[in-house]
Design a protein around this ligand. Structure first.
Ligand code: ZN
Ligand code: ZN
Length: 275
C-alpha cells in the first residue's frame, strides 16, 4: 500500500438473487455491493442486498457518497430501499448510472422500484439529499479530489456499465454484468482495464457451464483470467457467484483459478483489500 487510502470492501458478491443457506456462509449470499474509500471520499458500487449491511455499519454520522450502478437489474438495486442512510436528513448522495441512449432515467427507475403495489414506501420518503446523475456509457467522470472514473459498454441485456476507478496512481476495475464471446477477448474491457491493479469480474459460470447459458449475459472466471493476463491486470476478484454454486464449489474454483493465475481470488462478503 502506498500513498492515500485506497480500500475496497465487498458487502455482496452473489449474482442474480440473494441466497441464504448453510452451504453459502463462507462466500455469502448478498448480491452485488462494494464499498471503496479513496482518501476521504466514499464510493459505492451497486445497490444489491449487501448495501443494507453496509448502511448498518455506517452508524449515525453524516454520510456523503457517490453510488455507481452497473445497471438496474433487481440484483443490483434491491438493497437501495433498505439503505438506512438514505433516510437520514443530514446525508447527501449522488447516484450515477450509464445510459446507452435509450431506457429509463435513473430517477424513473427508482420511482418504479418504490411504488404501489410493488413497495410500500415511495422514493420521496428518502430524507437525504439525492442527486441523480445520468451519463452516457463511455464518458469519463471527474469526481474531484483526484478521482477519475472511466466507463465502458458491457455486453448484457438492457446494457451495463463497466467502471475503472483511478486514484493516486492506482486503478481498480469493476466489470459486471457482461457476456463474452468465446475465442475473442472483449476489446472494450481490455481497453478499460489495461494495467489496472485489480479487476472485479462477472464470473457467474465456469467455462464448462457456459454453453448451457448462452445469451444470459454473464461470463466465466476463466475469461476473467484471460482478460487479466492479456491486459496485464495484477489481481482478479472472482465475483457475481452463481446462486447454484455453494462454498465447496467456490473453494474448488479458487484452487483452480490460482493454479493458472496467481493473482486470482474468489471474493467473499467482508473481504477487504488495500491498494
Ligand atoms: Zn447481476
Ligand atoms: Zn444483470
Amino acid at each position: 500500500m502506498t500513498g492515500s487510502k485506497f480500500q475496497v470492501k465487498f458487502w455482496g458478491v452473489r449474482g442474480s438473487i440473494p441466497c441464504s443457506s448453510r452451504d453459502m456462509m463462507k462466500y455469502g449470499g448478498n448480491t452485488s455491493c462494494i464499498e471503496i474509500h479513496c482518501g476521504s471520499r466514499l464510493i459505492i458500487l451497486d445497490g444489491g442486498t449487501g448495501l443494507r449491511e453496509l448502511g448498518q455499519s455506517m452508524g449515525e454520522g453524516q454520510v456523503d457518497a457517490d453510488i455507481f450502478l452497473s445497471h438496474t437489474h433487481y440484483d443490483h438495486i434491491l438493497g437501495l430501499p433498505f439503505f438506512a442512510p438514505f433516510y437520514g436528513l443530514q446525508n447527501h448522495f449522488r447516484m450515477w448510472a450509464g445510459r446507452a441512449g435509450h431506457g429509463m432515467l435513473l430517477e424513473q427507475v427508482m420511482q418504479t422500484l418504490m411504488r404501489s403495489p410493488l413497495f410500500p414506501i415511495p422514493v420521496e420518503a428518502f430524507g437525504s439529499e439525492m442527486t441523480y446523475m445520468n451519463f452516457n456509457i463511455g464518458d469519463t467522470l471527474d469526481l474531484d479530489d483526484g478521482i477519475t472514473i472511466r466507463t465502458t459498454q458491457l455486453n448484457h441485456p438492457n446494457d451495463a456499465t463497466g467502471y475503472r476507478i483511478e486514484f493516486d496512481g492506482r486503478a481498480v476495475a469493476y466489470i459486471t454484468d457482461t457476456e463474452h464471446t468465446p475465442g475473442t477477448l472483449d476489446q472494450n474491457i481490455l481497453d478499460l482495464v489495461r494495467g489496472a491493479d485489480a479487476m472485479i469480474y462477472d464470473s457467474t459460470y465456469c467455462d464448462s457451464e457456459y454453453p448451457r447459458h448462452l445469451g444470459w449475459g454473464h461470463s466465466t472466471w476463466e475469461e476473467g483470467v484471460r482478460l487479466c493476463q492479456e491486459a496485464e491486470v495484477g489481481k482478479l476478484f472472482i465475483f457475481h457467484h452463481d446462486p447454484a454454486h455453494n462454498d465447496t464449489f467456490m473453494d474448488a474454483i479458487g484452487i483452480n483459478a490460482t493454479k493458472i493465475f496467481s493473482g486470482a481470488q474468489v471474493a467473499h462478503e467482508g473481504l477487504t483489500v488495500d491498494f
